[in-house]
Design a protein around this ligand. Sequence first.
Ligand SMILES: [Cu+2]
Length: 455
Amino acid sequence: MMNRRQLLGAGLTAGAGAVLANAGSAQTRFRDLPEAAFTDSPYTQVPPRPTDRFDYNPVVTINGWSLPYRMNGDVKEFHLVAEPVERIMADGMIARLWGYNGQSTGPTIEAVEGERVRIYVTNRLPEHTSVHWHGLILPSGMDGVGGLSHPGIPPGKTFVYEFDLVKSGTFMYHPHADEMVQMAMGMMGLFIVHPRDPAFMPVDRDFAFLLAAYDIDPGTYIPRIMEMTDFNLWTWNSRIFPDIDPLVVNKGDRVRVRCGNLTMTNHPIHMHGYDFHVTCTDGGWVPESARWPEVSIDIPVGAMRAYEFDAIYEGDWAIHCHKSHHTMNAMGHDIPTFIGANKRVVTEKIRRQQPGYMPMGTAGMADMGEMSMEIPGNTVPMMAGWGPHGPLEMGGMFSVVKVRDGIAPDDYSDPGWYQNPPGTQAYEWTGELPEHASNTSPNTILTPRGGVRKG
Ligand SMILES: [Cu+2]
């Protein structure tokens, strides 16, 4: 039995602080199990580089962490604990979810191609569960479909999954038991298998997150599990902007971003400032001859995509889902459109009942981003983030890729906002406006009728 110090001494625990050893009771109950590690932190914990067996560049799970392991002979052992958790989705909002080892999403499992893994799964939920290893090639009985691969793991019991990692790539895990409920409650995690050859597809920074959607009414804590389409919280690793950590990158780094989708709809993830190629899916690495340039990567439901780019352009670059309702926090969709409406008369009438009433939405909804409106407890404003130049009017699936010169390897701390060099930022024009083009102006060159003549 390893104690916490041995685990730490092996250099295997996840990043700075907040990884708590299990309570003593488990040590006597599970004499031969690897001690389960837990975290109560919702912040990004950068895993240390491996020192024991194989060289690889650990992934950085945005607002997440990697699960510590121990070696038992040649087998890499992990201990997942399925349990109710409290997840701080953003400052001022706690969600009561189900997850693994203290958090939702669960910890990232990292191992190396060719290794054998043994994963103990302890069920502390009030109902049975199972773990399906999405995308991994393994024996049928290890596939984790409750009732098909094996009986469900009853509450209070521990099952063992054991298999060889026959290929490297980008994978995930989630229950395949009462799946609709358990995934709606936040049960999911990443499973990254690094190539045995560290010279294969090397990157300097390797980020990973899972897309998850929840329906939690403002002022409440538990997701409405029966919701099928109209979710109100669109999350990366169960966090929402403005509290999704930035992706901090040193200028010139080769960067990989891995993203998996366990929501009920597709998400076109759009990153500004760069073009890039999909290099890996949950099916495997994409051959170079099969890649094409993109600036938005659509992540289908139940799929994963990893894309790569060389971070040659400094700046603060938005990265977000391009479905505009997915960059909003808790909102209702049954609000009428007031654009162009004249609310003057009705405002006077309402103010007689409710002094201080402010009409909103007649000129768009941007005023929502600036005002600090009174909101119910345990929720966050719909469009909340502030940047260096004012409100960002974003929430949900949004973050910032911060590319800077001189960021040290393994430093992921927020460098603050980018200072645009003089002359490289849009500015207000205060001079004479040029005459706008018109058909009758002698300066306007019209395309000849019938189209452009071919040479
Ligand atoms: Cu989306």
